[in-house]
Design a protein around this ligand. Structure first.
Ligand code: 4AD
Ligand code: MG
Length: 465
């Protein structure tokens, strides 16, 4: 059998392929035929562009091919012919078409526009639409770009566990992992609490909310590390930017402070945006045409502007002075809501910004306390139209202050014994951040709902497929 050629490869150097015999496999995007000639638009997912197939009545299965529906899978052997006068630069003149799988007329993705809401109900088929083909190619390219950027910068890729017994954010928004028979959960006698000592792991285990604490162990050995994987949050937030399962990139760096993370994260984000512009040109053009005309110019601007840096106190000040009527109250000590984040980055600055030095009481226990006794060395990167994409901090490296904070927050010191050991043996200034990968993909695609940048979104009351 002949070797298959991907459509993307043909576009990359079609001069070399012209006049050659090729085998191309894909799915029919559209088909029209008359008595003795037919035309198929074939896609194989390798790129946004499709291949025009010309087939003639000489083919023994001409009638059968002519009746094929949208979505049918075929393999075409033919000669690539240049078509300088036509819309597409070349076409494949078929001398054999094998039909692999027909697609009858109840195929839900007939050639017409479907709403994103409808497509969510057929999430197993929506990857075949131009929108989702673009999203998933951009996702793939962006994750590779992040790896490339970090690897070239001397980072090691580590794999932190998905099952853990520590709630890294201390926020209690965790999914429990158990093999208990839920109808007969053992209870401790005294207070009717679940007796996790009888559970599979002998303690309360959960799906990780962040790989940070384990990444810190590795940074204390390898200096510069990152973990990239799925993270889970049982947050009861039914919004356009929260998912119960999402991917997070988490770099962690020893001998580094908060400013180093501001610098690193902005360089990283710009690098990924630039790589998307360079590698996903046709997908971006399609998304711009379909969803947001300003997409490409917005991305181009992001690659060469300096992100603003303001502290939380200044942010509160700006929000109070804005005279804008927010749904959620603005007051020093309260967390910023999405509407505040968007207002600051979109309306006040018109570009991505960092907000730093948040009140310690709205941030996690591990963040390094500033000298003022009120704030911590934290940073959030906020994007216009999306809000928070990155959250990070310098970590508390001083054993006594960290123990004190753990106590203050009512957390159990003994659960963090190994984390505290990092402060006992060769402790050093270190810092890191978490980048919400889906939020970045939303920015790169201009899709406004996180459900449309995940293959099978897991959200409140939804884990279909
Ligand atoms: O700000 P977060 O909660 O930070 C951490 O988990 C730190 N431990 C990271 C670190 O310093 N290593 O989450 C980081 C990012 C957020 O900025 C946001 O982009 C994304 O993860 N994120 C979510 N994305 C989708 N759905 C959710 N429910 C998310 N929660 C956080
Ligand atoms: Mg955060």
């Amino acid at each position: 059998m002949m070797k298959k050629t991907q459509i993307e490869k043909i576009y990359e150097n079609y001069e070399d392929f012209t006049g050659q015999s090729l085998l191309v496999c894909g799915w029919i995007r559209s088909l029209r035929s008359s008595k003795n000639i037919g035309f198929i638009t074939l896609g194989d997912g390798s790129c946004h562009r499709t291949l025009q197939i010309v087939f003639k009545e000489e083919l023994k299965n001409f009638d059968e091919i002519s009746r094929l529906g949208v979505g049918s899978s075929i393999g075409v052997t033919g000669i690539l012919v240049a078509t300088p006068k036509a819309k597409q630069p070349f076409e494949l003149h078929a001398n054999n078409i094998s039909i692999y799988g027909e697609s009858p007329s109840d195929y839900p993705l007939q050639k017409k526009k479907h709403s994103l809401e409808f497509l969510r109900t057929i999430a197993h088929l929506r990857p075949r639409t131009n929108t989702f083909l673009a999203v998933f190619r951009i996702r793939s390219n962006a994750s590779l770009a992040m790896h490339r950027f970090l690897q070239e910068d001397g980072f090691n890729y580590i794999h932190t566990p998905i099952i853990t017994s520590s709630d890294a954010e201390g926020a209690g928004e965790v999914f429990t992992v158990t093999d208990f028979n839920l109808e007969k959960i053992p209870k401790t006698d005294q207070n009717e609490k679940v007796d996790f000592s009888k559970d599979f792991f002998g303690k309360h285990a959960m799906l990780t909310v962040s790989g940070q604490l384990q990444a810190e162990c590795m940074a204390m050995a390898l200096s510069k590390v990152y973990t990239f994987g799925p993270t889970f949050r049982a947050e009861n937030s039914n919004t356009q930017r929260h998912a119960a399962e999402f991917w997070m990139l988490e770099p962690e760096v020893a001998f580094a402070n908060l400013n180093d993370m501001i610098e690193l994260s902005s360089r990283l984000v710009k690098y990924v945006v630039k790589s998307t512009l360079e590698s996903c040109e046709y997908d971006l053009e399609f998304l711009a045409k379909t969803y947001d005309e300003s997409l490409i110019s917005r991305l181009e601007k992001t690659t060469d502007e300096d992100f603003e840096v303001i502290d939380y106190t200044k942010a509160i000040d700006l929000l109070l002075k804005s005279g804008h009527n927010f749904e959620y109250g603005v007051e020093w000590g309260r967390d910023l809501q999405t509407e505040h984040e968007k207002y600051l980055s979109q309306t006040v600055f018109g570009k991505p910004i960092f907000v730093t030095d948040y009140p310690k009481d709205i941030k996690a226990f591990y963040m390094r306390q500033n000298g003022d006794g009120k704030t911590v060395a934290a940073m959030d990167m906020l994007f216009p139209s999306i809000g928070e994409i990155v959250g990070g901090s310098q970590r508390e490296e001083r054993l006594d202050i960290l123990c004190e904070r753990i106590k203050e927050l009512g957390l159990k010191e003994k659960n963090y014994w190994w984390y505290l050991d990092l402060r006992r043996y060769g402790s050093v200034e270190h810092a890191g951040f978490g980048l919400g990968f889906e939020r970045l993909i939303m920015y790169l695609t201009s899709l406004t709902n996180i459900r449309d940048v995940l293959l099978f979104p897991r959200t409140v009351k939804n884990a279909d497929f």
